[in-house]
Write a protein that binds this ligand. Structure first.
Ligand SMILES: Nc1ncnc2c1ncn2[C@@H]1O[C@H](COP(=O)(O)OP(=O)(O)OP(=O)(O)O)[C@@H](O)[C@H]1O
Ligand SMILES: [Zn+2]
Length: 629
């Protein structure tokens, strides 16, 4: 390729070897949102030869303030495709491949991940991050993981066997509220907001409260009966859903949740001995008060609506949402399952419904009402996303990738961007070694070709594991969180892998449960293949050595996963936590600041920045700029 002016400067600052390598490199970027747009621009301008990017989402108005590759005319279009189009113009020498897809789709197989030199995560949720981490470990490809929340940012280079993986430090479970707090005894406005969003909205328009991560249904001896009652209430509400579109539907819903359910709660006298009793609301009297309240009231999002205004917005948004469902139903082919809606803070209809319902419930339980604006922050768990944090984090990702590509992993750093509370705005830590207890990377891993339609679980258990890999009596075979086989669970042995819903690129984990000299967990990456009928229905390509697991440390007291209501400082529940909670890191969770959730927008108002300067040091040897190396 000819050397352009662009190449000349890149060569000067990166050094010839690295620049040549970058021009040839094929890299993958997952997520084209806040960090992703910045990262793509950086990769393109640095001159990475071939960039593949995956994002499942479409562009929303609220993305435009920081996701600068997108413009007004792109709203509702695929982020991946528009990002490719916009960033492609910055450097015509770079090849960009875009996929409007979920990275968890089976077509993005381990073999596909193996085709990349480096993978970059620019995601916003724990689940997808974990998936990419697992795939990169299986493919043995370096991963640059990143996240921001408000003014906080973090970059973590990950290399199989050489550094900690994303899951080496436990991540906090998403915070949730006990079902009884939400459904029977709310005491803060956030409880009413979670009720409106995760219960009422879901039962009427969505799938079900059962799927809501915010509501914890853990039973204990004290709440068993009430959980049973609440399940009956939810079933009754679902029945009312059948009347959607009818004249009496709004009254039915209103009277069910703001009158009948409250009357049932009132009948449980013990519940109110130490609590103020709720008051049921009256449809007819609120109807009278709401006469003359126009639908424009929903636009006053900073104001605290009166009870009548909340009532009016409740009815109006219920009608808007019902008609949406009815229209979708009419448009779709018969026999399809009924359409469902999902809550989205940027969808005015769902937001109005949740705001008005939450406030009406606050009225029932004598709590302050909140403005729609405030409820949006709480329901959407929003911390303002800061464009500059994303930009800095994305550039740190590229700087770390340079070190990985030079083969200098020992120089790569875990970098933290924090506005205050630390001496510097940027701090860097040497990468820690893998955690020997990590359930994801401290495992033996191998690929097995399997004729999925022909091989039974018994073939794997007896043939592969006992005969070839010398497993004893005590072990289990697991797929995700379900046990397919253990000595007491042999019902699946005669089933084929297809019958067990295992597909190409499924993972099975074998846990050795021997009393002595148990081996580390073994992860089998199942690759579907039609094997010769006369041969065994599975084939292990390489011999694998499965080391003995280190002796277990005495159990430490649990620090997370508490099943009962936990809120952060703002009384907001975090949708998906991402914080490291073990002691391997130098800084405490609070100091690092990212621990509630690396992802932006998670329920905490970010602290103000201080006056510290960014520390950048010139690395004269390599021509590159490195951070605090
Ligand atoms: N499983 C996945 N596969 C592909 N892309 C994903 C997956 N999960 C999340 N993403 C993408 O990662 C990106 C994360 O970007 P970001 O954190 O800026 O979120 P956003 O949705 O753009 O912004 P906001 O949530 O603040 O409106 C999003 O564009 C999202 O679509
Ligand atoms: Zn790990």
């Amino acid at each position: 390729m000819p050397t352009t002016g662009r190449d000349k400067y890149a060569r000067q600052s990166l050094g010839g070897n690295l620049q040549t390598r970058i021009k040839k490199a094929r890299v993958l970027m997952v997520g084209a949102g806040g960090i992703g747009c910045e990262l793509l621009k950086n990769l393109v301008l640095t001159g990475f030869g071939e960039i593949h990017l995956v994002d499942l989402d479409t562009i929303d108005l609220s993305n435009l303030n920081r996701q600068f590759l997108f413009r007004n005319e792109h709203i509702k279009k695929s982020k991946a495709l528009v990002a490719k189009e916009s960033a492609g113009r910055f450097n015509p020498n770079v090849k960009i491949e875009a996929y409007h897809d979920n990275i968890k789709d089976p077509k993005f197989s381990v073999a596909w991940f193996q085709t990349f030199e480096v993978v970059f995560n620019a995601l916003d949720n724990l689940d997808a991050r974990r998936h990419v981490n697992k795939m990169c470990l299986a493919a043995d490809v370096p991963l640059i993981e990143s996240g921001t929340t408000g003014f906080l940012g973090q970059v973590q280079p990950i290399r199989k066997g050489k550094s900690q993986c994303y899951d080496c430090t436990p991540k906090e479970a998403p915070k949730s509220f006990a079902v009884c707090t939400i459904r029977s005894t709310p005491s803060q406005p956030i409880h009413c907001i979670v009720w409106a969003k995760a219960y009422l909205f879901n039962e009427i328009f969505g799938t079900s409260e059962d799927d809501a991560p915010e509501i914890d249904k853990t039973e204990d001896s004290g709440n068993k009966e009430e959980i049973g009652n609440l399940a009956k209430e939810a079933t009754a509400l679902k029945r009312i859903r059948g009347a959607m579109g009818s004249e009496e539907f709004p009254r039915l819903v209103f009277e069910k949740v703001f009158k009948e359910d409250i009357e049932r709660l009132l009948s449980m006298e013990d519940m109110w001995k130490a609590r103020t009793k709720p008051v049921a609301l009256d449809y007819d009297s609120l109807s009278g008060e709401a006469l003359g309240v126009g639908s424009a009231v929903a636009k006053k999002d900073q104001a605290e609506w009166t009870p009548a205004e909340n009532f009016a917005v409740f009815l109006d948004s219920l009608r808007r949402l019902s008609s949406r469902v009815e229209e979708t139903k009419a448009a779709q082919a018969t026999g399809n399952s009924p359409p469902v809606l999902t809550f989205d803070k940027d969808d005015e209809d769902t937001m109005d419904f949740v705001a008005a319902s939450a406030n009406l419930r606050s009225l029932v339980f004598h709590m302050e009402r909140k403005s729609k604006f405030d409820i949006k922050q709480m329901a959407g768990n929003i911390i303002p996303a800061i464009a500059t944090t994303n930009a800095m984090t994305a550039s740190l990702c590229v700087l770390q990738a340079f070190k990985v590509m030079r083969g200098e992993l020992h120089k790569a750093k875990m970098v933290f961007l924090a506005p205050n509370g630390t001496e510097r705005r940027l701090t860097a830590e040497t990468l820690s070694s893998p955690n020997p207890d990590c359930p994801v990377c401290s495992v033996a891993q191998t690929t097995v070709e399997v004729d999925l339609a022909r091989a039974t679980l018994n073939d794997l258990v007896e043939g592969l594991l006992r005969l070839e890999l010398k497993y004893g009596e005590e072990f289990s075979v697991n797929s995700g969180s379900s046990i397919l086989y253990d000595p007491d669970e042999d019902i699946n042995l005669s089933k084929t892998l297809t019958e067990l819903d295992l597909q190409n690129d499924s993972f099975l984990t074998v846990i050795d449960e021997s009393q002595e000299n148990a081996r580390v967990n073994l992860v089998l990456n199942i690759v579907g293949k039609d094997l010769n009928k006369g041969d065994k229905p599975y084939h292990l390509d390489k011999k694998i050595d499965i080391p003995i697991a280190p002796p277990k440390k005495p159990t430490e007291p649990e620090t997370n996963g508490h099943p009962h209501p936990v809120t952060n400082g703002n009384g907001v529940s975090n949708g998906a936590a991402n914080g490291a909670t073990n002691g391997t890191r130098k800084r405490t969770a609070d100091e690092a600041g990212l621990e509630d959730e690396l992802i932006k927008k998670k329920g905490k108002v970010a602290a103000k920045p201080d006056e510290d300067d960014i520390v950048l040091i010139e690395d004269s040897n390599e021509g590159a700029i490195v951070i605090d190396d």
